[in-house]
Design a protein around this ligand. Sequence first.
Ligand code: B12
Length: 302
Amino acid sequence: MADIKGFTTIEVARLCRVSDSTVKRWEEAGLLKSERTSGGHRRFRAEEVARFQRDQGLGLKQSHGDESVAKTTTRVRDRGVYSDSEFLQSLIDGGEEAATNFFITAHLEGKPLTEIIDRYICPAMQEIGELWHREEISVTQEHLATRTAVSAIYKLRSALPVPEMKNGLAVCCAMEGDLHELPTLLAQIAVENEGVEVINFGAATPLYCLADEVIRYSPNFVCISATVVNDLERLSRDYKDFREKIAKLGIPILLGGRVFEDEHIRNRFKSEFYPRSFTDVAEFARNRVHCALPPYRLFSVL
Ligand code: B12
């Protein structure tokens, strides 16, 4: 029991900007759940604190950049509870709770969602890919790491303040033949966080089917990711057809993922924007919605 990982009463009080006696009252009233160490001290799990803050509409927005909040979470990290290497190991071991805690602590620290994605999730997955490539971890460990990341990301998403979905609609997916589902999920939550609803068709989506869906839903933009390509010739033909089919709707297409890091490939897959990071995707969603331009004007801005 002594090794319960979580915030102390004083740390929760700092995060929520109230006194420690208020935190105790919340806990006694059953509003905020805690566990006890063997010495009888309260410990609050990061996920529970995030849930409570979200439900009560407390603190988070004002806490961005606040020194005392940063110190609180840094201390939790200093105790060795959520270091970056432990996070990586938790993914490899399938430690969903530890991975979730890592994300939620970063969130409580005031880190924007896209920073959590770009600074922690992507590098960790890259490292997992390298370990697999060097045969230092097995394929099964790589699969487990991805599953763990996906579950922890869903839990992070449910801990975040729920944005009002009043800023339009986006459609996202990964291209046909591409089984990597994480990039589409990351794009989805980055865009949703901007108050834009997302329909995510997931990995390996055939482009001719996607065209029908785009015509049906007429979204504000389409975000397609590609991590690997099997048949470049066929895919570029299918993509050209896809673009032609939806051309009259004037809907911008975003193409992201390691495939489009290659300039020659970008030349064969024309798009309005090639985001390099999920911060780029979120910014696009924000600007696209807030400038409220019809699509044809947006093209000329890009
Ligand atoms: C998990 C994983 C798998 C899982 C996916 C499971 C699942 N349910 O998603 C499985 C086992 C299916 C798999 C299969 C394969 N994989 Co794989 N996989 C990975 C791994 C470890 C993580 C992928 C991931 O989710 N990354 C998270 C994304 C966000 O990070 P990223 O790909 O690095 O992308 C960066 C940018 O491009 C950008 N980005 C990426 N996507 C998007 C999308 C948008 C919209 C935006 C804005 C930005 C963006 O953000 C990232 C940060 O810079 C990567 C390692 C890695 N480096 O990522 C290998 C990796 C991508 N796989 C690789 C390979 C070779 C394969 C296989 C061909 C292996 C094989 N021989 O069978 C197959 C291909 C299957 C297929 N047809 O798709 C290679 C690709 C090498 C290359 N040529 O580029 C990698 C890089 C591993 C490696 N180091 O060699 N894989």
